[in-house]
Design a protein around this ligand. Structure first.
Ligand SMILES: NC(=O)c1ccc[n+]([C@@H]2O[C@H](COP(=O)([O-])OP(=O)(O)OC[C@H]3O[C@@H](n4cnc5c(N)ncnc54)[C@H](O)[C@@H]3O)[C@@H](O)[C@H]2O)c1
Length: 272
C-alpha cells in the first residue's frame, strides 16, 4: 500500500454535518475527491441548495440531506438513509455549529457583552455545538460498532484552546463586538468529548479526533483581517481549503495510529 492509498476514501461513506458551511463545503469536496460517497447534511434545503452549485465538479458523489443536529429523530433518519443506501458509515465530520463570524455571509449581530449575555443564546450555543456532536456521534457509532471501524472528527477552534482576544473585534463594524462566551466553552468541551469517546472505544478501530482550525478568511472587514492576521505566526488568515488536508488525514487510514488527539491548523496562532 502506498501513502496515496492510505489517503484514499474509495468505497467509503462519509457524513458531514454543517456541510453547506464555509468549511463544511470544503470537507465535502475533499472527501468526494478522495473517492467517498458524501452526505452533505445541513439544517435547511434552501441552505444546501446554495452550496450545491459550488460543488458541481464532485456532484456525482455528493448526496444532500436535511438534518437538525439537535433532533435525535432527524439524525436517526439520516443515519438510516445512509446505511440503507450504502451499507456503511465510515466517517462523520461534526462541523455544524453556531459560529458567529465577521463576514457578509454571517450577518448575525453579536454585540452582547458578557454581563448581559442572554441565557437563550448561551443555551442555543450549547445545544448545537455540544449536544449536536453528542447526538450525531451516538447515532453514527452504532453502525461503526457493527462494521468494526470508523473515524469521527469533531471541529474545535483556537478559542477552545485560548481565550478570545476581544480587541480583535473592536472597530470592525456593527456585526460582532465580542466573540461570545458559548463559543469558547463549547469548543473547549468538544475536546473533552473527543477524548471521552476515543477512550470509550479503546481497543477498536473506531477513532475519534478533533480538528482545530484558525480563522478562515471570507471577504471579511479589512480591519478585522489585519487585527486577526497580526496574531498568526504566518501573518495571515487561512484560506478556506487549508483545513482539507488535515481533515482527510484524520478521516482516512493515513492517521490509523491517531485517536483522542487534536490537530491544530492555525498558522501558529496559538503557538505564541
Ligand atoms: N470558519 C472558521 O474560521 C472556523 C475557525 C475555527 C473553527 N471553525 C469551526 O469549524 C466548523 C465549520 O465552520 P464553518 O466555517 O463551515 O461554519 P459555518 O457557520 O459557515 O457553517 C456552519 C453550518 O452549520 C449549520 N447548522 C447550524 N445549526 C445546525 C443544526 N441545528 N443542524 C444542522 N446544521 C446546522 C449551518 O446551517 C451552517 O451551514 C464549525 O464547527 C466552526 O465552529 C470554523
Amino acid at each position: 500500500m502506498t501513502i496515496y492509498d492510505k489517503f484514499s476514501m474509495a468505497g467509503k461513506t462519509a457524513l458531514v454535518t454543517g456541510g453547506a458551511g464555509l468549511l463544511g463545503k470544503e470537507f465535502c469536496r475533499t472527501l468526494a475527491e478522495a473517492g467517498a460517497i458524501v452526505y452533505l447534511a445541513d439544517f435547511k434545503m434552501e441552505i444546501i441548495e446554495k452550496a450545491l452549485p459550488l460543488l458541481k465538479e464532485v456532484s456525482a458523489s455528493i448526496r444532500p440531506v436535511v438534518i437538525n443536529v439537535i433532533d435525535p429523530e432527524s439524525i436517526q433518519q439520516v443515519v438510516d438513509q445512509i446505511v440503507s443506501e450504502t451499507g456503511r458509515l465510515d466517517v462523520v465530520v461534526n462541523s455544524a455549529a453556531l459560529d458567529p463570524k465577521v463576514d457578509p455571509e454571517h450577518p448575525q449581530v453579536m454585540n452582547n457583552a458578557f454581563e448581559d449575555y442572554p441565557l437563550n443564546f448561551w443555551q442555543d450555543g450549547l445545544s448545537v455545538n455540544l449536544t449536536g456532536p453528542f447526538l450525531v456521534s451516538q447515532a453514527a457509532v452504532k453502525q461503526m460498532v457493527k462494521q468494526g471501524s470508523g473515524s469521527i472528527i469533531n471541529l474545535c477552534s483556537t478559542y477552545g484552546l485560548v481565550g478570545p482576544d476581544q480587541r480583535i473585534y473592536e472597530g470592525v463594524g456593527k456585526q460582532l463586538t465580542y466573540k461570545p462566551v458559548f463559543y469558547s466553552v463549547t469548543k473547549a468541551g468538544i475536546l473533552g468529548f473527543t477524548r471521552y469517546l476515543a477512550a470509550y472505544y479503546a481497543n477498536t478501530k473506531i477513532r475519534v479526533n478533533a480538528l482545530t482550525p484558525g480563522g478562515v478568511e471570507n471577504n471579511n472587514d479589512e480591519q478585522f483581517v489585519k487585527n486577526y492576521s497580526s496574531h498568526a505566526i504566518l501573518g495571515r488568515m487561512a484560506h478556506r481549503d487549508e483545513m482539507s488536508g488535515a481533515m482527510l488525514f484524520l478521516a482516512s487510514d493515513a492517521s490509523s495510529y491517531m485517536t483522542g488527539s487534536n490537530l491544530v491548523v492555525d498558522g501558529g496562532w496559538t503557538a505564541w
